[in-house]
Design a protein around this ligand. Structure first.
Ligand code: GLN
Length: 518
């Protein structure tokens, strides 16, 4: 539906007006975090600097706001119940029956307030996942009702996003679902202050007036969110309809002059008027659901605009690739990105892809598992270590060039136990990676268990695959590069999580530049 984009757009506008803003996502499912979810279920798992595995909407928040989020910005029902149950076991509620109201709702409210503890932010936007009417959402809706009552109407407002379907047979936009959804909210004791209507076509003033009248919302607080060609246009659309001003007015906060959004508009104009066109293949095993690679595709949008280049990302299933069909599958690509992933499915296709990119001098970026595949390919085909592999894929391999770290070996729990979040890395000066970053010390986000096996370091170095990025604390290899190739870099971390509109990730910027041929 686009709650994440609307939240991020509103936050962007408030930020541009000088307010400190953050966004929080409440997810009504029982998993403690989305880290253990298959990407097919819920799209990409986004990782924050402080190592939280979170909903992909947090990625949008960071890309729009250019401010890092943290563990506190994503809370699930699982986490809420976990803390309430832990407290119950500790005896914190001794003598009391622990119930959804007030204990679960109190914990939800506590989590909402926690984000701005220490008055870090003037405005917190809390996005509630799911749909009004879902059984799972009820405690959240009740918490919002209570919060609004406790904080007062000038300190807490409710924005409700609804769908206005367009029926082509009758040529009409239907507002009934909106009216019903608002009615349901009213039954729960919540009068929305602002309505944002998601729609395929522009709505007439008449339609908006009707919605205002039937939903008890001021006319100026009925905002339409019409389909646009890029999500990055949504803040401008919201600005045009004064969503930010309506919010500030309702919160009784000062409204200074309109923000110019110069950088944002520059970005949009470069995005829409590209001088170059490239096609990059994204080789992964979750390609049926492009949301599984959300941060990667957004990184290409940011870095493409920076290069005045339209990047057409072609999603290619790694399971469909083998040495026989590879020429045909990867034909016509200006660059190749081998995606992150877990488990053995599709790995051989990724390894064949790396070989193709390496031998044909096609710009290559390997991310996490993609970097590990590059290492495996090099071990097998250049170092001639037959059967070299990662122990994640083949735990009996004779040449475990990618292996588990000692401290990971004893870990049984799957949730939140990987190497997660920001780690430092020192880059060698004489490398393409250094050229891209323009500095030697970086911090990048991780989400993996397996690592490059140092035992093979010298052999790789001698044969032309160079570890150009090393973690200064653990000495783990973070970046591998082939200097004799046009552009070949594999990174153990995830650059895609930290690319934003205002700060496109340097590796993506450099990669896209290398792919431009004309
Ligand atoms: N499966 C690999 C590991 O755990 C890579 C993970 C990833 O690509 N994020 O090390």
């Amino acid at each position: 539906m686009g709650k994440g984009i609307i939240s991020a757009s509103l936050a962007k506008l408030l930020q541009a007006r000088g307010y400190s803003v953050t966004i929080q996502k409440l997810d009504p499912y029982i998993n403690v975090d989305p880290g253990t979810l298959n990407p097919y279920e819920h799209g990409e798992c986004y990782v924050t600097l402080d190592g939280a595995e979170t909903d992909l909407d947090l990625g949008h928040y960071e890309r729009f706001l250019n401010v890092p989020t943290s563990q506190a910005n994503n809370v699930t029902t699982g986490r809420i119940y976990q803390s309430v149950i832990n407290k119950e076991r500790k005896g914190d509620y001794l003598g009391k029956t622990v119930q959804v109201i007030p204990h679960i709702t109190d914990e939800i409210k506590r989590r909402i307030k926690l984000v701005s503890s220490g008055n870090k932010y003037e405005i917190v936007i809390t996005e509630i996942g799911g749909t009004v009417g879902d059984i799972e959402s009820l405690p959240y809706i009740e918490s919002v009702r209570q919060l609004k009552w406790e904080l007062g109407t000038q300190n807490c407002i409710v924005i409700h996003l609804t769908l206005v379907p367009y029926l082509s047979a009758s040529g009409e936009s239907k507002t009934k679902p909106t009216q019903h959804s608002v009615k349901e909210l009213l039954e729960a004791g919540i009068q929305p202050d602002i309505l944002v209507l998601r729609t395929e076509r522009n709505l007439t003033d008449d339609t908006k007036r009707k919605v205002a009248l039937f939903c008890n919302v001021e006319e100026s607080a009925v905002i339409e969110s019409v389909d646009v060609s890029t999500i990055y246009e949504v803040p401008i659309k919201m600005l045009d309809q004064k969503l930010d001003q309506t919010v500030l007015r309702k919160l009784a906060l000062p409204i200074e002059k309109e923000p110019p959004l110069t950088e944002w508009r520059n970005f949009l104009s470069r995005l829409k008027n590209p001088k170059h066109h490239i096609k990059v293949g994204l080789i992964g095993k979750y390609v049926e659901l492009p949301d599984a690679y959300k941060s990667i595709s957004e990184s290409f949008i940011h870095s493409g605009a920076m290069n005045d280049c339209d990047v057409n990302v072609e999603y290619i299933h790694s399971e469909d690739i083998n040495d026989k069909n590879i020429n045909e599958k990867l034909n016509g690509l200006n660059g190749i990105l081998v995606a992150p992933g877990f488990g053995s499915r599709g790995v051989e296709g990724k390894i064949s892809t790396v070989k193709f990119a390496r031998e044909n001098n096609i710009p290559f970026l390997g991310i996490c598992l993609g970097m590990q595949c590059a290492v495996i390919e090099f071990a097998r085909n250049v170092l001639k270590l037959e059967g070299a592999n990662s122990t994640e894929i083949d735990h009996k391999t004779k040449f475990p060039v990618i292996d588990l770290m000692e401290e990971q070996k004893s870990i049984i729990d799957k949730g939140g136990t990987m190497r997660l979040g920001g780690y430092k890395c020192i880059i060698s000066k004489d490398s393409r990676t250094y050229e891209a970053y323009g500095k030697t010390e970086i911090v990048e986000r991780h989400r993996h268990r397996y690592e490059f096996n140092d035992k093979y370091l010298e052999e790789f170095r001698k044969n032309g695959m160079i570890p150009v990025g090393i973690n200064p604390e653990s000495n783990l290899v973070e970046i591998m590069e082939i200097p004799d190739h046009k552009w070949f870099i594999g990174v153990q971390f995830h650059p895609e999580y930290s690319s934003t509109v205002i700060n496109p990730h340097p590796l993506f910027v450099s990669f896209v530049k290398a792919c431009i041929t004309e």
